[in-house]
Ligand binder design. Structure first.
Ligand code: PNS
Length: 165
């Protein structure tokens, strides 16, 4: 297979072990990966853009050929501007499918040169998401093992009720 540059986009609020698994597996296929954080000033994420960049950078320490960036506006325009060939997304349960299919088709309508590629998530991360992890943490649930160590620490700063593990 021709190796190439893939964009791995997302909100990453925060990055999870599921995301990290897709990043590592993506790097077995693609030469280079850019983790692209959607920066949408209209949305109010739990973590600021700077915090998300920091957590991702810490989580990918020691992994080569991957970098972190952010974008606003259309993902496909950002990908074209970076000369990327691929948009990489992870697919979890069936519930992801409709949204991902819609997004891939819209992106394809906008630019046929960039292919959307999906990796099925590892069974360990099938039912986890940044949203459900934040909800558990907010109410004091232990989420260690689901997120990188730095994210666990940052979640504890946001939610002091989170159990010490
Ligand atoms: O982590 P998420 O929230 O599932 O990521 C969604 C993301 C950032 C990939 C998607 O919302 C996105 O690409 N937003 C930018 C606007 C865009 O290009 N939308 C798709 C075509 S209209």
């Amino acid at each position: 297979m021709t190796k190439c540059l893939a964009i791995y986009p997302g909100t990453f609020d925060p990055i999870t072990n599921g995301h990290l698994s897709i990043i590592k597996r993506g790097l077995k296929i693609f030469e280079r990966l850019i983790i692209a954080i959607l920066h949408n000033p209209q949305k109010t994420p739990l973590f600021t853009l700077e915090e998300r960049v920091e957590m991702i950078n810490e989580s990918i320490k020691g992994i080569s050929n991957v970098e972190v960036d952010y974008f606003d506006g259309l993902l496909i325009d950002y990908a074209a501007q970076k000369n990327a060939n691929v948009i990489l997304r992870g697919l979890r349960a069936m519930s992801d499918f409709e949204y991902e299919f819609q997004m891939a088709l819209m992106n394809r309508k906008l630019n046929r040169e960039i292919q959307s590629v999906f990796l099925m998530t590892d069974y360990k991360w099938f039912y986890t998401s940044s949203t459900i992890i934040k909800e558990a943490a907010r109410f004091g649930g232990d989420v260690s093992g689901l997120v990188p160590e730095i994210v666990n620490r940052k979640l504890k700063e946001k939610f002091p009720q989170l159990k010490n593990t």
